[in-house]
Design a protein around this ligand. Sequence first.
Ligand code: K7E
Ligand code: CUA
Length: 679
Amino acid sequence: MKKNILILVVLTLLIVASCSLAPQQPSAPAPASGGGEAAGGSLSGDAAAIAQERSLSPDDITAALKTYLPTGVHDDYVIFASGGHSGQMLVIGVPSMRLLKLIAVFTPEPWQGWGYGAGNEVLDQGNVNGREVRWADTHHPALSETEVDYDGQFVFINDKANARVAVVDLRDFETKQIVKNPVAIMDHGGTMVTPNTEYIIEGGQYAAPLGWEYAPLSDYNDSYRGHVTFWKFDRDKGRIDQDNSFSIELPPYWQDLCDSGKLVSEGWIFCNSFNAERATGGVEKGEPPFEAGASQGDTDYMHIFDLNKAVATFKAGKTMDINDFPVISLQTAIDEGILYLTPEPKSPHGVDVTPDGNFLVVSGKLDPHVTVYSFDKIMSTIKAGQWDTDDYGVPVLALDDVKEASVEVGLGPLHSQFDNQGYAYTSLFLDSAVARWTLGGDFADKHPEEPWQLVSKISVHYNIGHLLTAEGDTVSPDGKYMVAMNKWAIDRFANVGPLLPQNFQLIDIDNTGENMQLLYDMPIGIGEPHYAQMIKYDKLSPWEVYPEIGWDPQEQAVSPNVVQQGEEKVVRNGNEVEVFMTAVRSHFSPEHVEIKEGDHVTWHITNVERAYDATHGFSIPAYNINLSLEPGEHITFEFDADQPGVFSYYCTEFCSALHLEMTGYLVIEPDGSSAMLDQ
Ligand code: K7E
Ligand code: CUA
């Protein structure tokens, strides 16, 4: 009974506290009032009874209260997460951890009609050597930034498996462009952005001859190379400007993750690497396996780039062409002072620039420390011309000359994020934990502890990869929330067979000095997300409906083929047939499309609705056509009428009471049939 009373007291206190905190809610419909009478501070006996019946601890109850959103209330933050192998992107609300959307990116997606008559041109941009590649290993989404703050306009994501980068426009949350890297067949260290999104960074991974030419593994040191690619972003067009983009050839170390400098370090780019040993594997030939060969050495190399010099060198035309793409050669990068290296212990992963731009944090997967580098020291060492060189002649700054601190955080450190109180958070894969530690420099005043020290840890479940904090990659992180992106879930969820979901765990980091609190587990059952970013919801201003009737989302303008109501028709010219169709609750016009086998069909369809959420679907069986037409949207698709017969096209969104009646007949008369249709 004592426990019961405790829960009651805790609940009462919490409810009183949460009411007096007056949380900022975005303008949203008022929540439907529930049965409980919470506002006065009294608690209905039901709540205590439920808590007892469900054996909820006081921590469970606070976690529930911190994450529950009444109906109609919106989340404070939105996460854009990699969808891992699904090739898509996830949109998740925080603190509710509700999945709000899956954005189709590299992979066809039926609900959005992506790849079934719409989006095909964008998907085709991602073809590799002419082959349709319709999956992706998405790793690192990056929100567009203005002055190193998320601006809510675009989000980018890379495909590690095929070295591709996609652009998503956050006005309609649709993918607008995919670029295939002409220099490399795969990547990893994308898609971090420079402070005003001038460039999107795409770093390499497993070295190979540039342009994925053939060279035997015995030529590894001479013929295999790494790369980093800088994609110029044209914000007005909302597209990567491939003509003003370029790569830099790098030694065949395995470049891993990159981050852009900010504020004092703006204009500099940092990428960690591993396998500076240049191991080439071959365990079956008696060679050390990669995992041993690539971690023999005590250090690998952080790559430091002077982006301004690189851009000047590219603009001066001092480049070579790989698959018609400009590449600054390794020698030119050395000669022009574009590239420097510095050692990083020990099989490193991740390089993260602190919010003030002064420090770089690198984790050594096999080292219980994070190493903190001083940008200031890097600059003075470069200015002093103080370096050795590696086997390729690249300047190597001594670790002792540029290191600021090393902080013992725990086993298997991977990635670091930051808050607004001078703390850093590092994921610990082997410990299955997140370490909170103190930053020094100007951050030292923000927290009571000594700088560069471990403060506390929280267990996560299990084997965490990346982590993210609210606005964590900006110059002004919000603190509040952290999400642990855990690779293994094991026992956290109901058993669904041997392939388990990933586990995103929401953690409250707002209670300085106290322990971080685990709030919520969210299973991700579509692939292995790597990274994600969290933006304040009120920074997003997506359209509710498309701005005008006939909107072509690919052009973000009214389509020249818009079909207005009253202008629907079917036009024949030889065996070219053009269909002009509108969709509105609850009918398509026309309802009969009668054509002939062998016709080539161009079909224009406009959703002429202006009402919020009045989406219509449009599908044609057997022809693999399936569209989603949001209010105002126009889509044009084509097909060859090679299968005669009768095909009912219909609306696939339950849009109205007479939705089932929203259908029509596509009648395709067999070739050679005598009863010619009169169109
Ligand atoms: Cu650490 Cu691809 Cu960013 Cu996975 S990477 S965890
Ligand atoms: Cu339109 Cu159902």
